[in-house]
Ligand binder design. Structure first.
Ligand code: THU
Length: 133
């Protein structure tokens, strides 16, 4: 049985976390919600650092929460931002999501414009680096 993906519902799960985003340097706030094959939802926000390169994106925060909870398969990832337009996951996040599901649905939403863009990770990241498990 495959899990039903509720696009608006998943965006709604990420939204309340946007205000928890720690982004004093870029002032770009991002929250992510990961829906798994079991129907669970894990959230994350971007966490910046005075040593800029240590910043962790919202998507990787949410994927880490999923793994910590013992789950391994994201079917959809909602990325919500306060930027003017929806933003796609950065290259590092694409690689990290692809580790667990190269076909995950990526839902990008801007709370400012209300715009939503939906793409498959395969389209955003057609050649992930994946080792045989
Ligand atoms: N950021 C994310 O959290 N996710 C993305 O997909 C792109 C960028 C964050 C990282 C940093 O805190 C800020 O946005 C600006 O790059």
């Amino acid at each position: 049985m495959s899990v039903n993906i509720n696009i608006e519902g998943l965006i709604g799960k990420a939204k309340p976390f946007l205000s928890n985003s720690y982004a004093p340097y870029s002032n770009i706030h991002v929250a992510a919600a990961v829906l798994t094959d079991k129907g669970s939802i894990y959230t994350g926000v971007n966490v910046e650092n005075a040593s800029y390169g240590l910043t962790i994106c919202a998507e990787r925060s949410a994927i880490s929460a999923m793994v910590a909870a013992g789950e391994r398969k994201p079917v959809a990832v909602a990325v919500v931002t306060d930027m003017d337009n929806p933003i796609p996951p950065c290259g590092a996040c694409r690689q990290v999501i692809a580790e667990f599901n190269p076909k995950a649905l990526i839902i990008m939403h801007s709370v400012k414009s209300g715009k939503t863009i939906v793409k498959n990770l395969e389209e955003l990241f057609p050649q992930p680096f994946i080792l045989e498990k």
